[in-house]
Design a protein around this ligand. Structure first.
Ligand SMILES: [Zn+2]
Ligand SMILES: [Zn+2]
Length: 251
């Protein structure tokens, strides 16, 4: 499994808003600017077959319109685009599309076409395309999901999305050798997010887990804990039993 960060920042950071791509085809979150950023890293948005949305805040969701335009404006998919996210996904997308490009959704939808997998507050699972994806509710200011993504080789990746430290985060750390974590702030967490004051004790409790800190304000840059990594936009990691930096940049 290859994980590449499209963005690693928070809403107000210089880096792009947090999102990541697994194996070039599973996009985790579609924040503002993420589809353009993919192109900037030499990645093709046409290759995305599955998109996981953690929650419907704009810095995780608003580029979903552009994912549809990338795949349906000048192209037509030959199979469904799988869209996994919290309950209400389909209806939210329709409303967002109507605001963004009135009266265009029906035509684009025919060419994409989407298959929505909406996850309720009990969590859920989806399998397909060689992946098994387990969605679990996390604790943010709106309904939000964390994901555990496993492939057929046994690689396992955890991805918290925006959340405070909660049982689902502990579970991801217990189950996955690599976990991408909301680390918005240099000290205490606030506003429904974690800070290093949450992440460092978590890293101490799970010394064999590699934590990839993302959704970072610009002043979240370092830790004394060696199992907390601060990736840059575009940086890629090989995910298997343990995360190993695969070097920065595009393929
Ligand atoms: Zn949020
Ligand atoms: Zn966010």
């Amino acid at each position: 499994m290859r994980l590449q960060f499209i963005g690693t920042g928070s809403i107000l950071s210089a880096s792009m808003s947090a999102s990541a791509l697994v194996d070039g085809k599973v996009l985790v979150d579609a924040p503002n600017g993420s589809l353009k950023a993919m192109r900037g890293h030499g990645l093709d948005p046409l290759d995305i077959d599955v998109c996981l949305i953690t929650h419907f805040h704009a810095d995780h969701f608003f580029d979903i319109v552009f994912l549809f335009l990338e795949q349906g404006l000048r192209h037509a998919r030959d199979r469904e685009l799988v869209l996994i996210g919290p309950s209400g996904f389909e209806e939210r997308l329709e409303r967002l599309f109507e605001m963004a490009y009135p009266d265009t959704y029906a035509g684009i939808r025919e060419k994409v076409p989407p298959r929505f997998v909406e996850i309720g507050d009990q969590g859920g699972e989806w399998s397909g395309d060689g992946y098994r994806i387990h969605a679990m509710p996390v604790d943010h200011t709106v309904p939000a999901l964390g994901y555990a993504i496993a492939d057929e080789s046994g690689a396992r990746l955890g991805y918290t999305g925006d959340t405070v430290l909660c049982p689902a985060v502990e579970k991801l750390a217990a189950d996955c050798p690599t976990v991408v974590l909301d680390t918005s702030f240099p000290a205490e967490g606030k506003f429904g997010h974690m800070g290093l004051a949450d992440v460092e004790p978590l890293a101490d409790r799970h010394p064999d887990v590699r934590f990839l800190a993302t959704h970072r304000d610009d002043d979240v840059t370092r830790s004394s804990r060696t199992n907390i990594v601060f990736p840059e936009d575009g940086q890629a990691f090989e995910i298997d039993g343990a995360a190993t930096p695969a070097g920065p940049g595009a393929p």
